[in-house]
Design a protein around this ligand. Structure first.
Ligand code: DSN
Length: 442
């Protein structure tokens, strides 16, 4: 049994102290985790509304609960905005996360025991695409047999010819290939959806694209547009390059709409998170208004950061292709240490990014605990108004820690001084509150 060392009121107060400390820390830090972003103050207002206390199982106008008069209207606004933003016929905004959206896709397009092709995790696949023996969602929850896309490290991309051959071979060997699952968690370059969709379709498989990371760039017209390149559906998170609350989304051609609706509810959710639904609607409206400008700056920033990091001595992958065409950069830091140690040193310097497996790490005997890479994303710093000159400063700060071994107070002071002029949210409808302000309601 746990014996509490503090009275309940003191523990209650302690939680608020820690929340406030977190806000102060992020205010003075460089947030570079590729899967994160900061929502606008307007989104934050929406997600503390009473919507978060309600149930609305089902589809708009067909709920299993009373009390949904306004919830239905907000959900319809959210659906309409999502369809307009992604230029598609059907959107289901209820999945509560990217993993949940992928499960909706698996439920729609596959049966347990079928084969799905996806990227291996070191090549950029996500845990939700993983095999059962690694505890991945596709294998252990949906019972799928996962085959990997052949991957070309120089190109940092799927190998088209080898994939076409592999699909045909698997099918001729008697595998029931149901789904080609493109996309993933490290996606510096557009993938060959156009080139390979027909191969999957000709072999009776559907095509889905996990745009968890790049959905904002797709919406802003800065990356590939999978739904117009042959994909049947696209899943996404709403809080990475899309700067919304944490959540998921699935869009598709209209013919899959009814199956997707059932796969979301009752298949993979009971209640969806209605406060986040309102936040998603606000964020989609911001993206309709500012998305093109925001995401074109993300891509320019990412490229500027990659160029300077590489010049400063980090080995950024994808050099042959110009390092990146998205928000994400992946660098081999094995000349200076392992990913875990360097992630910690950077964190101690208030530079927050994460370690990452490199495509060739497993072959080299490296493990996700101490991989050979680090991953940076620029969505959040771009949202704070930073541009190419600040990216070069960030690269120098990272290199001081990684390459030169500097650490501690001097770096933290330089990080805070850079950050000081960038504490407002840009590309949103405006607010006088600062990005990391702790908003007290008590
Ligand atoms: N694992 C997250 C990422 O950082 O890419 C997404 O779920």
């Amino acid at each position: 049994m746990t014996t509490l060392t503090l009275e309940p009121k003191k523990m209650h107060d302690r939680v608020f102290e820690l929340l406030m400390a977190h806000h102060k820390w992020f205010e003075a830090s460089l947030p570079l985790i590729a899967s994160e972003n900061i929502p606008s103050i307007a989104v934050r207002e929406a997600i503390i509304s009473d919507f978060g206390n309600r149930y609305a199982e089902g589809w708009t106008g067909e709920r299993v609960y009373a009390g949904c008069r306004y919830i239905d209207q907000v959900e319809q606004v959210c659906i309409d905005l999502a369809k307009a933003l992604f230029r598609v016929e059907f959107a289901d905004v209820r999945p509560i996360s990217g993993v949940c959206a992928n499960l909706v896709a698996y439920t729609t397009f596959t049966n347990p025991g079928d084969t799905m092709m996806a990227l291996a995790i070191p090549a950029g696949g996500h845990i939700s695409m993983g095999r059962k023996d690694f505890g991945g969602t596709a294998g252990s929850v949906r019972g799928l047999d996962v085959e990997y896309f052949p991957f070309d490290v120089d190109e940092m991309n799927i190998d088209v010819d080898a994939t076409a051959k592999k699909v045909k071979k698997l099918v001729s060997d008697g595998k029931k290939m149901s789904l080609g699952m493109f996309g993933g968690s490290v996606l510096p370059f557009p993938q060959p959806v156009k080139e390979l969709s027909e191969v999957f379709h000709d072999n009776n498989a559907s095509v889905c694209y996990d745009a968890a990371h790049v959905a904002g760039l797709v919406a802003g017209g800065q990356f590939q547009d999978p739904m117009h390149e042959g994909a049947d559906a696209m899943t996404a998170s709403t809080h990475k390059t899309l700067p919304g609350p944490q959540g998921g989304l699935i869009i598709s051609k209209s013919e899959h709409g009814e199956n997707i609706k059932r796969a979301t509810f009752p298949g993979n959710t009971s209640n969806h998170h209605l406060h986040h639904l309102a936040g998603k609607a606000i964020m989609f409206a911001e993206m309709m208004a500012y998305g093109r400008e925001y995401t074109s700056q993300i891509v320019k920033n990412s490229r500027a950061l990659a160029d300077k990091l590489n010049e400063d001595g980090l080995k950024v992958l994808g050099e042959k292709k110009g390092f990146t065409k998205s928000h994400v950069i992946i660098a081999d830091i094995t000349a200076y240490g392992d990913g875990k140690t360097l992630e910690k040193k950077l964190e101690d310097s208030n530079i927050i990014l994460n370690r990452n497996l490199l495509p060739y790490d497993v072959k080299m005997g490296r493990h996700f605990e101490a991989p050979g890479g680090i991953r940076c994303g620029v969505s959040e710093v771009t949202r704070l108004g930073m541009k190419e000159p600040q990216m070069r400063e960030i690269a120098d700060l990272i290199a001081r820690v990684v390459v030169k071994g500097e650490q501690g107070e001097r770096i933290r002071a330089d990080v805070a001084s850079l950050k000081k002029s960038f504490n407002m949210i840009h590309y949103a409808f405006g607010s006088s509150r600062e990005a990391y302000e702790y908003i007290k309601l008590r």
